[in-house]
Design a binder for this molecule. Structure first.
Ligand code: MCF
Ligand code: FE
Length: 409
């Protein structure tokens, strides 16, 4: 048994409880007790450590990122979704060259240093499977499903099966296979049906980029705009949308999906997402860069969504640090009291990220029975602790995953 303590423990439970001079008593699998450090010291302990002038939080979950895009710095066009997508297609190959592995490793190390212990990796090509499976991170490995061409569907189904099989070999208490539907505009109906069937049968977590851009909304509503031209240019055909927004949502019944972005969803659609027990993941910096928009947070909270925050990939961001992400959100949503918002943002990368998840991982709260995954930050303040953590911490002093201290190189 181990005991780790600090001046403040942010439990990240629903009421954002804080324990002063608190301790976490744990073994390799789970937290056994959380209480005042002094009280826990009387228990049977193999090793103990108290971090002076520090704060401990559950370590962070970055549930939506694209590690395979780790080589982007400056190649992609920002400020217009259509131009960004065109630039992805032009630059994709050069972003995935032989130095990609090194870049992914570098970003994993940086994420660990910034207090992240769990990621949702959208894997477009499977280049990231090994580097992630061999890392100390917990990983929801989202095999991406994408493809609109009828002729390609049988091949894409086969390759999806193969990828799920490959990924199952890495399955462990840290590595969880999952499926990502790229979006409603880019997946053929037959392929979607197949992917959803696999997700249902295997009970896999499911994620989808959903209503990220005005261009997507216009295509799904009217079959016009940027995407009409896009399909004409790339497939030389007059396509029509595979789904209406409503019929797409109907297909997700029973799958409790993660909806990424939902920037342009209306009230009815949000209500439908709620009924599907969907979770909303917001990536504010990505949304600003690609779509000049931010998720209306008050509307989400008023509709009962516990919004999860993530960074997206370096394809639409300048870092994969959640502290950077939350800092931007803290400045952007100026209608809220700063400390209240800071607490909600922290919950969005801890507690909310793991609420009724499909993999049965009890994480995101410092609580008995939960995994001993936590981060220690140097912080000397005595009040507005959530705010100061986001404003003043760049890196964790220490990170524990499964009760083991991850050494920063
Ligand atoms: O999340 C951002 C913006 N929205 C959609 N896709 C991506 C993002 N970053 C990378 N992507 C990937 C996506 O997974 O880019 C490709 C897909 O493989 C775009 S479609 C050619
Ligand atoms: Fe994304």
């Amino acid at each position: 048994m181990y005991l780790v303590g600090a001046d403040f423990l942010l439990l990240c439970d629903d009421s954002f409880s804080i324990i002063e001079k608190g301790g976490i008593y744990f073994d390799d699998n789970e937290i056994i007790a959380v209480d005042k450090y002094e009280k826990l010291e009387s228990l049977r302990i193999r090793e103990k450590k108290y971090y002076e002038n520090c704060v401990i939080t559950p370590s962070f979950a970055n549930l939506h990122t694209h590690l395979e895009f780790s080589k982007n710095n400056g190649k992609l066009h920002y400020g217009n979704f259509g131009k960004w997508l065109d630039s992805v297609i032009v630059n994709r190959d050069s972003l995935m060259d032989s130095t990609l592995e090194e870049a992914m490793q570098r970003e994993i190390t940086k994420m660990l240093k910034s207090g992240i212990s769990c990621i949702g990796a959208i894997s477009s090509y499977g280049y990231d499977v090994e580097v992630l499976a061999n890392s100390p991170l917990r990983v929801l490995f989202f095999n991406e499903v994408i493809g609109s061409k009828e002729e390609a569907v049988p091949f894409l189904e086969q390759s999806l099966n193969a990828r799920i099989k490959e990924c199952a070999q890495y399955q462990s208490k840290r590595f969880f296979p999952a499926i990502a539907i790229h979006s409603p505009y880019s997946v053929h109906e037959t392929l979607l049906n197949k992917a959803l069937e696999i997700a249902k049968v295997e009970e896999l977590p499911l994620s989808v980029h959903f209503l990220e851009s005005k261009e997507e909304r216009e295509w799904l509503d009217n079959g016009s705009g940027y995407f009409k031209d896009f399909f004409k240019r790339f497939f030389n055909s007059d396509m029509t949308p595979f789904f209406s927004i409503e019929s797409f949502l109907d297909k997700l019944e029973g799958l409790n999906p993660y909806f990424v972005h939902t920037l342009f969803a209306n009230d009815n659609e949000l209500e439908r997402i709620k009924k599907l027990n969907g979770k909303i993941i917001s990536c504010p910096r990505s949304n600003r860069l690609l779509n000049n928009a931010l998720l209306p947070l008050s509307k989400m909270y008023n509709n009962g969504f516990d919004v999860i925050f993530a960074t997206d990939g370096l394809s639409s961001n300048d870092s994969l640090s959640l502290l950077d992400e939350l800092k931007m959100a803290l400045y952007a949503y100026s209608e809220y009291d700063v400390e209240y918002l800071a607490q909600k943002l922290l919950l969005g990368v801890t507690n909310y990220a793991f609420k009724d998840n499909k993999i049965g991982l009890k994480a995101g709260i410092l609580k008995q029975g939960y995994v001993p995954d936590f981060a220690v930050f140097k912080l000397e303040c005595k009040e507005q602790i959530a705010l100061n953590l986001i404003l003043n911490s760049k890196e964790a002093l220490a990170l524990y995953i499964g009760g083991i201290k991850v050494e920063h190189e």
